[in-house]
Write a protein that binds this ligand. Structure first.
Ligand SMILES: Cc1ncc(COP(=O)(O)O)c(C=O)c1O
Length: 396
């Protein structure tokens, strides 16, 4: 890098300077473009968005719906989401409790900007989707990380530790079902957390983007079932995962009505609004997408079982139970904090790319995350090769 570039970079904000490059990106950059590599590194289904959703968006475009929409989204989409959630969770959301965002990531950013001040203490639960810690860090908050504990093949949250970390906190950011661990908070746990935070005026930002990706029920336990208009709870959701719409950049928030003006202004100054044709696709997804959600969860159950078959019994490893999401989180004994050399070797020898566990925080080190949302004819041989690789190549 030239001196002039270095001097320019010295001028960028200290918060931006402190952000780390994603180790998932680094490994993907190494593997992308190499022949015959099966990519299981990103959290994305290999299937395309269903046709009926694409069709709805292209009809919207053919009607030239190319203008700004209201900040909080098209009223008919907010209404459809409230109706969908009320059916699923028995909640009582009005359309005004829903605000459309440009993705789940943008939903978390707007939620965080709504309730966080610089220097606030924010508690997150690790291992975690890196964005959930990066957003409060960008906002200048002090991020405290509470690690999930393990017992055998199960992750669990030590509530005593969580509650003592929450002393003096402004907010808790929680993600259940969790990327990368597949941990699912029970309804009892969510109730206990809500009670604790309610009594102390602590905000809860709940990332529920995997709420439909659960294998033993229709939806994972959700704050939607528990909140009232007066709770400091903001729920973040996305079209990316349940309807295979990662590239559409569409999500939503559930907010108390009192927060509408705040969320409206923050949306205006971040992105103004989501595009009208994406929202038309989203409306089709919500209104006609139930069969797609159910058939993709049934397919994911098969790919989850395939992962269990190939990686469930390897010596010196632990594959944690996979009750939800579309990830396997595998602990490999001897794998250190920097798993990149090992994972690059896996790409070269086994022709499979997976995500390094350290991307999800210190407590994720020593693990790998494998996304199994891929067609079985591709997934099966890939997992077979990962199995052979782990059996034959010791971590270095
Ligand atoms: C836990 C979690 N939250 C949010 C997101 C962001 O989703 P979106 O594509 O809607 O920004 C992801 C994406 O992987 C995720 O895993």
């Amino acid at each position: 890098m030239s001196n002039a570039e270095l001097s320019l970079l010295n001028g960028i904000s200290q918060r931006a300077q402190r952000l780390d490059e994603s180790p998932i990106r680094s490994i993907a950059n190494y593997g992308m473009g190499k022949n015959d590599v099966t990519p299981l590194w990103f959290g994305e289904a290999s299937s395309a968005t269903p046709d009926f959703i694409c069709q709805a968006a292209s009809e919207s475009l053919s009607r030239y719906e190319t203008k700004y929409t209201p900040n909080t989204g098209l009223p008919e989409l907010c209404q459809a989401i409230a109706h969908y959630q009320n059916n699923l969770f028995g909640s009582h959301f009005a359309p005004e409790n829903v605000s459309i965002t440009v993705s789940g990531t943008n939903a978390v950013m707007i939620a965080a900007q709504s309730c966080l001040n610089p220097a606030d203490k924010v508690v997150v639960i690790e291992p975690l989707f890196p964005t959930l810690a990066a957003i409060p860090e960008i906002l200048g908050c002090q991020v405290i990380r509470v690690a999930l504990k393990t017992k055998g093949k199960t992750f669990y949250l030590d509530t005593e530790e969580l509650f003592s970390s929450l002393h003096g906190a402004q907010a808790l950011i929680i993600n259940s079902p969790s990327n990368p661990t597949g941990w699912v908070a029970s309804k009892e746990l969510l109730t206990e957390i809500l009670k604790f935070c309610r009594q102390r005026g602590i905000w809860i930002i709940s990332d529920e983007v995997y709420s439909r990706h659960i294998f033993d029920s229709e939806a994972a336990p959700s704050f939607c079932e528990l909140v009232s208009e007066y709770d400091r709870v903001i729920i973040c959701n996305s079209f990316s995962k349940a309807w295979a719409m990662t590239g559409w950049r569409l999500g939503w928030l559930n907010i108390p009505k009192a927060l509408i003006p705040t969320v409206r202004k923050l949306t205006e100054f971040n992105v103004s609004c989501a595009s009208a044709f994406s929202q038309a696709g989203g409306l089709a997804a919500i209104e006609q997408g139930e069969d797609f959600v159910q058939s993709s969860v049934a397919a994911l159950k098969k790919s989850r079982d395939c992962m269990l078959q190939f990686l469930g019994d390897l010596p010196n490893t632990t594959l944690y139970e996979m009750k939800a999401t579309f990830y396997g989180f595998l602990k490999i004994d001897g794998l250190g904090y920097d798993s990149q050399p090992y994972l690059r070797e896996m790409i070269d020898k086994a022709k499979v790319g997976v995500a390094p566990g350290e991307a999800f925080g210190v407590s994720g080190a020593g693990h790998i995350r494998i996304c199994h949302a891929t067609q079985l004819p591709l997934l099966k041989p890939a997992l077979e090769r990962v199995r052979e690789f782990i059996l034959n190549v010791k971590p270095f």
